[in-house]
Ligand binder design. Structure first.
Ligand SMILES: *[C@@H]1O[C@H](CO)[C@@H](O)[C@H](O)[C@H]1NC(C)=O
Ligand SMILES: *[C@@H]1O[C@H](CO)[C@@H](O)[C@H](O)[C@H]1NC(C)=O
Ligand SMILES: *[C@@H]1O[C@H](CO)[C@@H](O)[C@H](O)[C@H]1NC(C)=O
Length: 351
C-alpha cells in the first residue's frame, strides 16, 4: 500500500458514519471487546467530531520539529529486518519496489519507489535532487523543474496531482532503478532520513530500545506518517493516546499498549481502508507475545496473517519484481546520511 495509503486516509473527509454492527462483521481484526468498533473503544479518537480537512503548511515542512527528541542507533541487520517486515505489510512480499511507479488517483500524482515517493508531495523531487548530486547525468533530472513547480504549490492545492508535464517519468524512474545501484541507494538514504531516523527518535523518546521495538516504530511511521498535516492518524497521536511509559513499565508492556492503541485507531477510523489494515498490527502483536525469542530480531520472524517469513538474509538490493535480470556485478554503494528534507521554496531552487 506504500506510504500513499496513509495519504489517502489523511485526505479523506470524515463525514461517513460507520455502522458498528456492519463494521464488526466486515473487518476480522476489528472485533471483540478490545478492537470492536464500539463507542468504548473509539470515543478517544474523536473521529466523529474532528475533521481532517486539508491542513496547510505553516513553515517549510510538513513534519513536526523533532530536533529535541533523543536519538538511538539501529544495527544493519535490524534495519534490514525492519525494512523487510514493513515491505511484507505494504507489498505482500520481501521484494523491495525500487522500480515501481503508479498514478494511484489519490491526488498525489505518481507514486514510486520502495516507500512510495510521490511527485505531488516533494519527496520524489528530493530523491531525484539527491541522485543528481551523485550522478549529474541521468534521465530523471529533466523532471526537476516541473517537480519543483509542483512542490511550490500550496500543500492543499489539488494541482499537485498534475502529471501532464511528466511525460516519460514512469519509464525513466523504472529504468533508472533497474540499472543504477546509486539510484537505489539514494532511495534508501532518503527513506532513512524521512522515516527511519525519525522513527528511532520517537522510539528513543519513550525509551523503546529493543530491535523489535525499533521495527515496530518504523512500521508505524511508514503506515501512519509523522506529518502535522495528517494530525488524526499520525505516529505522534498514537504516542499521545498511548500515554507515557510508566516509570517501571517493561518495554514489552509498553509496546503492547502502543499496539493496542494503533490497532484501535485503525479499526475506529471511519473508512474502508484503515480497518482491514489492522491485520498487520495483529501480526506485530504476535511477535511481541514471544518477547524473548523476538525482541532482538536475531531469528527469522513469521508474519502469520500475511503468510511470509522474514529471515534477514533476503536480497534487498534489487527489485526483481519490476526489473529484468539483475545486472552482473550489481552492488549498492555505501549509505549516506541526509537531513530530513524540507519544502522551503528557496531551498527547492538551490539545485
Ligand atoms: C511546523 O509548524 C507546525 C505547525 O505549527 C509545527 O507543528 C511543526 O512542529 C513545525 N515544524 C518544524 C520543523 O518546526
Ligand atoms: C489525479 O490525476 C489522475 C490522472 O493523472 C486522475 O486519474 C485522478 O482522478 C486524479 N486524482 C485526483 C484526486 O484529482
Ligand atoms: C512498579 O513499581 C510498583 C511500586 O512503585 C510496584 O508495585 C510494581 O510491582 C512495579 N511493577 C513492575 C512491573 O515491576
Amino acid at each position: 500500500m506504500k506510504v500513499s495509503f496513509a495519504v489517502v486516509n489523511g485526505l479523506a473527509l470524515l463525514a461517513a458514519v460507520v455502522s458498528p454492527v456492519l463494521a464488526k462483521s466486515k473487518f476480522p481484526y476489528c472485533t471483540g471487546s478490545t478492537y470492536g468498533i464500539t463507542h468504548k473503544n473509539c470515543a478517544k479518537f474523536e473521529f466523529d467530531t474532528l475533521h481532517s480537512n486539508c491542513v496547510e503548511t505553516s513553515n517549510c515542512t510538513t513534519f513536526y520539529d523533532i530536533t529535541k527528541l533523543p536519538t538511538e542507533k539501529i544495527d544493519a541487520h535490524t534495519e534490514k529486518m525492519a525494512q523487510l517486515i514493513t515491505n511484507v505489510f505494504e507489498n505482500g512480499n520481501t521484494i523491495m519496489g525500487y522500480a515501481y511507479v503508479e498514478a494511484l488517483g489519490d491526488g498525489r500524482g505518481y507514486t514510486s519507489g520502495y516507500i512510495g515517493f510521490t511527485s505531488g508531495t516533494n519527496d520524489a523531487l528530493t530523491v531525484i535532487q539527491q541522485y543528481t548530486k551523485r550522478k549529474p547525468k541521468n534521465s530523471l533530472t529533466k523532471y526537476v523543474p516541473e517537480l519543483t513547480r509542483l512542490s511550490k504549490l500550496k500543500f492543499c492545492d489539488t494541482q499537485r496531482n498534475d502529471t501532464k508535464k511528466l511525460s516519460g517519468y514512469p519509464a525513466a524512474w523504472t529504468k533508472t532503478a533497474c540499472t543504477d545501484p546509486t539510484f537505489v541507494q539514494t532511495q534508501l538514504d532518503v527513506g532513512f532520513a524521512m522515516y527511519l531516523a525519525p522513527a528511532l527518535k520517537y522510539a528513543a523518546s519513550v525509551n523503546v530500545q529493543s530491535n523489535l521495538g525499533k521495527a515496530i516504530f518504523y512500521d508505524t511511521i511508514i503506515n501512519h506518517g509523522w506529518q502535522y498535516v495528517e494530525p488524526l492518524i499520525n505516529l505522534p497521536r498514537i504516542l499521545k493516546l498511548t500515554g507515557p511509559r510508566k516509570h517501571n513499565e517493561t518495554e514489552k508492556s509498553y509496546l503492547n499498549r502502543f499496539l493496542v492503541t494503533r490497532r484501535q485507531l485503525m479499526c475506529c477510523f471511519p473508512d474502508d481502508v484503515w480497518p482491514p489494515a489492522a491485520d498487520r498490527v495483529a501480526d506485530l502483536q504476535r511477535l511481541v507475545s514471544s518477547w524473548s525469542r523476538n525482541k532482538d530480531l536475531k531469528h527469522p520472524v513469521t508474519l502469520k496473517i500475511y503468510g511470509v517469513t522474514v529471515k534477514g538474509t533476503e536480497d534487498l538490493s534489487y527489485d526483481k519484481a519490476e526489473c529484468p535480470k539483475k545486472p552482473k556485478g550489481w552492488k549498492l554503494p555505501a549509505a549516506k546520511t541526509l537531513p530530513i528534507p524540507d519544502t522551503c521554496p528557496n531551498k527547492l531552487l538551490s539545485l
